[in-house]
Design a protein. Sequence first.
Lengths: 345, 397
Amino acid sequence: MKARAQLWRRASDLIARLSDGGRDDEARDALLTDLSAYQAEHIPSYGRVVAARGPEAALPTDVFRYAKISSRETVHTFRTSGTTHGQRGEHHFADLALYEQAALASGKRWLFPDVTRMPLVILAPRALEAPDSSLTHMLELFATHFGSEATWAWRDGSLDQDALTEALSGAKAPLAILGTSFALVHAMEQGGGTRATLPKGSRVMQTGGYKGRSRALEPREMRAALSSTFGVPESHIIAEYGMTELSSQAWEGTLAAASKGHAPEPRRLRFPPWVRARVVDPERLTPCQGEGLLRVDDVANVDSVSAILTSDVARMHCDGFELLRRAAGAVPRGCSLAIEEALER
Amino acid sequence: MTSGAMTTGRVDAREVAARALELRATAKGLRDVDETALARLVAAMHELAVDPRLLNGLMGSTGLSRAMIEWGLRTTFESLDVDRIERVRDAAPGYATSPYRLASIVLAGNVFTAGARAMLWPLVLGLPIVVKASSRDAVFPHALLRALPPEFARCAQVYAFRGGREELERALFQHADVVHAYGADETLRALAPLVPPRGHFVGHGHGIGVAYVEAFDDADVAGLATDLAAYDQRGCLSPVEVLVRGSRETARRFAQALHEELTALDVTLPRGPLSRELSSAQAQWRGVALATAELLEGPHHALALEDDVPLPRGVGGRNLTIRASAGAEHAAQHWGALGASLKCIGVSRACLDRDAAPAPMHTRPRVCALGQMQRPSFDSHADGEPPSYGMVPTTRR
């Protein structure tokens, strides 16, 4: 218990210390090493992976569908949305404090760097409708901590176009639209091509891919469409990357750069400095250059497993990573999938 | 356009349709070929199977090892002979007077030799063919076409273009009496609506193979090792899981024996490099096995021995799930949900001798001895249908 408490405290202190963008890779890596050792000892299934692959082993995300990945009693469980392939992955939490600390720190830095609060328009279900969605939990957090008011343009499993239209048409102050990729596409389509010109300073957060289900837009095409539809400059349209198996999220930095008057920067996703992200060779599972499978080591995953191997293909850069594609054959997943299913009804 | 031609590069829909119409006119001549012509065809295919130019071409296009390609070519054509062809023709007497004049064939790219049956059976049954080779690998269809004796070559055409080009696909089907399409289920769903109303669509969709073992011996182990290794587990006959009758300890003994056999095959019949997608799926699958079961890993294979947690089936690339089973009835129930996707069940000899193969209801897989899963006889049935299925209007089992 003491060991866990110490690890938790170290993680919380590190997140707090690095929330403004400072780095301390040595402290992060030392904590990750200690976390892996602790987790291998207390989570049998991860221990088996470490016994076979070594102390640096990462746990593939699929394992969350087959084994309980937790070292403590569960008070909350997030589940993946990959409903078309059978059992869902589960991420168990003994408490959500670290998750919330990490999400709020990153949300503040990348999505709300220039405001304390603003109106939010959210294209996703609320917690009552999706109690096990980590995305919904994050959005509820944002509504509570960053929203001067929040419109949830989602009702009974469907996009609430009327609520969305009303929220946008009456906007006098800059607002933020937050939604999954497919919900945003539906919003644009159901709006029948109607364009808004949102007040200066408005922004759009886009998350989730199209999950191989239907109409997919290239990132540039999507940004251009969102910019045209909502009258928001492309610098203020940013992607967020998260997954059920992680506590921390990656964000694009163009809005933060623009809010500081910095020159436009390349579109890169970046995890916060308390997360280590690398690409690994898909067969050897060792770090590699160029393209590879995205491996994420997240200190905020204290009570589960910090070292996670995703099925996503990425290219690392010195200032973040590009998400290239989901490796084919991987289980379709993600919040955009569940929302897409709802929109088909 | 030259008869028996292959076309790469830019493909024009009008040309495709025009060529298909030309091919229809060659049907009568094709039905007049005699036994001598069939013998020339068989000889040409046996020569093709050992053609070093083809071998070199396939090494570049398939990603399979040289030894694997040689094995594939040899085992594909080893059972092609005139007697077999004649037997199939005799069992489909309507072929000589069939109103069908043209078959369109859409090939998949996962197992290169699958094109052999798909292309040759229509021809020997008097049906000219217009073929779309997979854009992933068109080497084998083109080589087969080049090797055909003239009386067959003039009745065939091969195109290669990326799938999803509707205009070209419609042109391919426009004058066909039957369309045989091989590929993923979603591919078939996309193609079927493009076939004109008078055309008969025959889909050969997604499939997997499984194995069932009782009282196994060395030959069974060696046989399943070959079945798994063949084509690097890419094909719809490739086993993705094996049920071993008995306790988990029995299954472990089998797994260990299979692991040793596969380790040897990793050297003599080496696996080719994996695609990034397959490597990713493999990493996930092996991680699940490590975390919840027992994993036996070799240089280029892995066996997951299931414990209490049900494991996913093998993902390809020589990754196989092994489970203990209560017996044939349990196995049949376990595989029943696979339906039409279940293409092949390999069984141990003891099981075959007793005619005790698990046979899920409402499925029509090919049942064979271990070691034969990936080398069906050239005239064997597929999905319970004879080779003439879909080539002749009245052909049924």
